[in-house]
Design a protein around this ligand. Structure first.
Ligand SMILES: C[S@@+](CC[C@H](N)C(=O)[O-])C[C@H]1O[C@@H](n2cnc3c(N)ncnc32)[C@H](O)[C@@H]1O
Length: 342
């Protein structure tokens, strides 16, 4: 009989994210849900102060704080605990992923892969965006997470994409309006409209007012499966098409095509799956692949390659005219499409 003690098959740094990714996530999510990220936003807090503000079991909270420092969620110095820069952004995102309906959806990923159905629908009995009508709490957590994602993306979008050639920009599925607030804030001649469902725009007026652009920006409520507001010469779809299957995407794009002037543009801001992959950054490619699985879990959609986007545009009477790579996470691009003359 061998007396050798089995060793771990890989270096700890490689092994931990794969075997214990769920635990790393829950450490961060619990730091957020206990209100610790909010508590340290104004300045460092000691363990004693955090025990008092959270009311948590003192020894268990100290263990969580210790793990959160090792996991890169918090750092500790002589003044106390603070959030790491990355934690300030993932708080709202981990609040969404830790919400019971979303966590339940990830539990049934296998069923989703076996059947091709959205895991969220399987686990909760309704598709994500329909579920929001009866679960305003989850809707609010979701839209806050989207805003946190936009906070990372919109500075690069505004810097690297030329909006100055447009007069009236409609952000289709624009949610809280974070992107349009930044776009209008950067260009004084522009007007805009944030278009979304009723639950999507609950906080939008406040965001636009705070950015000082509410006098140049309307809010319109409706469904992009019915119609989109008229009058724009640019229609933005940021992180929208990946929520929907091809048929649904062609319906959304087709409704935009109906009101798009001949010199108008549809601009899709999205991750694009690479087709070759030789020169891609592995972390960025992994991010895009995870986003694709997240779409399988949460929606009927998926991430797509450039060829697949070209085909979608074509099916809706549009032609891909320009692609601009953007320095945002996960192989992110602006894809511009113009109407094919009918
Ligand atoms: C993934 S979020 C993206 C939000 C925003 N564009 C961003 O990038 O942060 C999808 C958005 O589509 C909106 N949405 C879903 N179904 C819709 C519909 N039928 N009509 C209009 N908007 C819809 C949601 O409310 C949500 O704001």
């Amino acid at each position: 009989m061998s007396s050798q003690i089995p060793t771990q098959p890989a270096a700890t740094a490689d092994y931990l994210p794969l075997a214990f990714g769920f635990a790393l996530h829950q450490i961060g999510a619990t730091v957020s849900s206990l209100g610790i990220l909010d508590a340290v936003a104004d300045g460092p807090r000691t363990a004693e102060q955090l025990i008092e503000t959270t009311g948590a079991h003192p020894r268990s909270l100290r263990r969580l704080l210790y793990a959160a420092v090792k996991a890169g969620v918090l750092f500790l110095d002589a003044d106390g605990y603070r959030a790491t820069p990355v934690a300030a952004h993932f708080g709202p995102l981990s609040d969404m992923h830790a919400a019971p309906p979303v966590w339940r959806a990830w539990e049934v990923l296998e069923q989703s892969v076996r059947t091709g159905r959205s895991a969220f629908d399987i686990a909760n009995g309704a598709p994500l965006f329909d579920h929001f009508r009866n679960d305003p709490k989850l809707a609010a957590v979701f839209h806050a997470a989207m805003t946190a994602g936009s906070d990372v993306q919109y500075p690069a979008i505004v810097k690297h994409f030329d909006f100055a050639r447009f007069r009236n920009v409609v952000d289709v599925g624009g949610g809280r309006g974070t992107l349009l607030a930044a776009v209008l804030g950067a260009g004084s001649g522009l007007r805009g409209t944030v278009f979304d469902t009723a639950n999507g725009v609950v906080e939008t007026a406040g965001v636009l007012a705070e950015a000082g652009v509410d006098d140049r920006c309307d809010i319109a409520v409706g469904s992009f499966f019915e119609s989109v507001p008229e009058g724009g010469d640019a229609y933005l779809l940021k992180n929208i098409l990946h929520d929907w299957n091809d048929e649904e995407c062609v319906q959304i794009l087709g409704n935009i095509r109906k009101v798009l002037p001949e010199d108008g543009r549809v601009v899709v801001f999205t991750s694009v799956l690479s087709e070759g992959g030789d020169d891609e950054d592995p972390a960025e490619a992994l991010g895009a692949a995870i986003s694709d699985i997240e779409m399988l879990v949460m929606t009927t959609g998926r991430e797509r390659t450039l060829t697949e986007y070209r085909r979608l545009f074509d099916s809706a009477g549009l032609e891909l005219t320009a692609t601009t790579p953007l320095p945002c996470p996960y192989l992110y691009y602006a894809l511009e499409a113009a109407p094919i003359a009918s």
